[in-house]
Ligand binder design. Sequence first.
Ligand SMILES: [Zn+2]
Length: 359
Amino acid sequence: MAHHHRHLPGGHAPGPCPSLLPFQAGPPRSAGRRDSGRLTMGVGGSNPLVDVHVHLYRDKSAGRQAKDSYVIWEYGDDPGVEFATAAGDITDLATTYGQAGFDRAVVVHLFDTALARTEATDRLPPGRSPEEAAHITAAIEEAVAEAMRASNRWVAETARNNPLVEVLVSLDPTVLSRREIADHLTELADAGVRGVKLHPVAQGLLPIDPRLHAIYDICSDAGLVVLSHSGPGHRGDASARPSEFGPVLRQWPNLRLVLAHLGGASWRETAELADTYPQVAFDVSEIIEWIGAPNAPSATELTELVRHIGADRVMLGSDFPWYDPVRTADLVDGLPGLGAGERAAILGVTAVRLLGLER
Ligand SMILES: [Zn+2]
């Protein structure tokens, strides 16, 4: 999915931030980047092995806390899902992916705004007067914004120090203004990050929410990838069903959008979105582990969906440390009736092409 810098009618008021211009032209940033030679070959022989949906935590307790607090509800009763035991710090990640011969693990970062807000609130001194409420709210929001920026800088730095790791950073547009988003993304893209991870359901948004437009504008213009959670919502209006990304793909036709989980429990909408918008790609994370659950496809239905979309638009994702990437790759291998070329595409060839990993 080569990106173009064609300006789109109506989509760009007030236009890209001037500070983004240095990396609009030419191939994505190499300054400060680690040695970026061609991919080595995966354990499977001549084909690359890439996991495009990986989570990374600062330490094991943060990883365990995230795993404990993120409830996977949408597929219905657990059909006997095998969860991984890893906690998801850099040691777990490097060991798991290194030993299995992966060429890349793409960290799709998820900053927990609600948790950061609680932590910032807990740090405030007690006994303030009601008149101070507005100031306190502003102070909390600034602390949350700074915590999100620090979290993204940490994950970008981790990627720079580990040739296995690529990064999509976490942006919560309810925390940063349009200008702050532009400044932060410019800094991070210069530091080598490849795009942005969104989670509309966790962030309380719909995909077309106006607060997300700055991210779409900037990523579309700069050729950065946007990988979003997809699936139904369960609180308020927040939702990320495949059909709800249609307006985004219509308004930003050059956006390099990847939908995680093939639509999740709303997977029956995915084929139509893929037919209408040939630029959107997908990862198989989570849904492939939940095959056979009431709201998930059967193995045959999942294979039919992947073949309908085309393996050149579908990528391996494990959602590590929730699931084990070797097991997820085995599940892809075991999908009934996929050809060798289709399996190779899903296991890495598609990711190398769509994410530009050969650079
Ligand atoms: Zn995930």
